[in-house]
Design a protein around this ligand. Structure first.
Ligand code: AMP
Ligand code: MG
Length: 351
């Protein structure tokens, strides 16, 4: 896979229009089909916006309600901090590490994908790394509460936790619908893939309604169908060093999913140094090789795959990501720390 190098000029970046990390830049000329949007708050620690084209208000109300219910269900199932009445979620599975836990089929589906992605990414994305990720999470929370006394986890603590991150200790029994974490000191963290998984399920639901849609789910943007004027949906990729309304590039997304990972999204500072939230399993420290990576995947399950790959490519950097991206049939755009943009040959930059 060839790579094209190009330098993006800041002036061009500033000319591009507003919004959050990634957003729709649609402008339909069709006057008979209305563009309508709804927003979901407090799910997966992000804001989810769905835009569809339909004149049917009853249908719009129905698909909005169903999409909200779907995201709420997955938010609860994949929550690693809180447990809820009615089903055994990931927080429960983590609390009962060492025991077999009867759970919901979607949890097995997500964990099974997690196992696949660990293999695909050569261990860069490992959902069994909860023990290590918890230490970084605790340091980040403490730093946010008391920035003056911010610190990072001790390497000895990290190394001890890393002994309890073996993906093969996540044992799935689809027939009994149980999950067993064989190591009582291990825990699951699906932060790298859960949003993409839920977004894929929401996209299936919206496709069944046969409306063109664009969904912006935190770091993931998915589209279905073209806009009524026949043009493809477009999304902006944030400039990691700019403000939240500055884009480094604009992408054309035709029936696909784009996921962006960047440490600028969730970091904390200790003694003037920034620490990101994506942890390299090889060093147990935040990855810092690139500023952001956006991965585009097409087909069923594309958002979950793109979510896993954007996290992995952020850790691995441009060169080590090449073979993984081509094995997965994915395209990617990297923004390096100096602002240089590197992308795979067929990455669909919008003119
Ligand atoms: P994303 O924003 O999709 O790149 O995912 C980042 C989240 O994934 C972090 O907040 C952690 O919860 C989790 N995470 C960080 N590093 C890893 C890793 N190496 N493998 C699996 N999950 C990770
Ligand atoms: Mg991810």
């Amino acid at each position: 896979m060839g790579l094209i190098r190009s330098i993006v000029k800041r002036a061009a970046v500033l000319m591009l229009a507003a919004a959050v990390l990634l957003c729709a830049l649609s402008c339909s000329t069709n006057k008979t089909t209305r563009k309508q949007s709804f927003t979901i708050f407090d799910i997966f620690d992000t804001v989810i916006t769905v835009t569809v084209y339909t004149d049917d208000d009853a249908l719009f109300a129905k698909l909005s309600e169903e999409t909200k219910a779907l995201f709420t269900r997955y938010h609860r199932l994949f929550d690693v901090y809180n447990e809820y009445e009615g089903s055994n979620n990931l927080a429960c599975i983590n609390r009962l590490a060492g025991q077999s836990v009867k759970t919901e089929p979607e949890i097995l589906e997500l964990l099974s994908l997690g196992r696949e992605y660990e293999e695909l990414t050569g261990g860069a994305v490992n959902i069994a790394m909860g023990a290590v990720l918890r230490l970084w999470h605790a340091s980040r929370e403490a730093a946010q509460a008391d920035p003056e006394n911010a610190g990072v986890p001790a390497i000895s603590e990290l190394e001890e936790a890393a002994k309890h991150c073996n993906i093969n200790d996540v044992v799935l029994d689809p027939e009994a619908c149980t999950v067993t974490l064989r190591d009582p000191l291990m825990s699951i963290d699906v932060g790298a893939i859960a949003k993409g998984f839920a977004a894929d399920k929401a996209a299936e639901l919206l496709k069944a309604y046969d409306v063109p849609f664009l969904m912006n789910c935190g770091g993931a943007v998915l589209t279905g169908g073209n806009k009524p004027d026949g043009s493809a949906w477009k999304a902006g990729i944030n400039d990691p060093k700019g403000s939240s309304d500055e884009f480094a590039a604009t992408v054309s997304i035709e029936d696909g999913a784009l996921s962006t990972s960047g440490s600028y999204l969730r970091s904390f500072t200790v003694a003037g140094k920034e620490y990101g939230h994506i942890i390299d399993p090889a060093t147990l420290m935040p990855a810092e090789g690139v500023a952001s990576v956006s991965v585009l995947c097409r087909g069923a399950g594309g958002a979950c795959l793109a979510d896993a790959l954007s996290t992995a490519c952020f850790i691995l950097g441009v060169d080590r990501s090449k073979s993984i991206l081509s094995a997965a049939g994915a395209e990617a755009l990297f923004i390096e720390c100096d602002g240089e943009i590197v992308m795979t040959e067929a990455f669909p930059i919008a003119e």
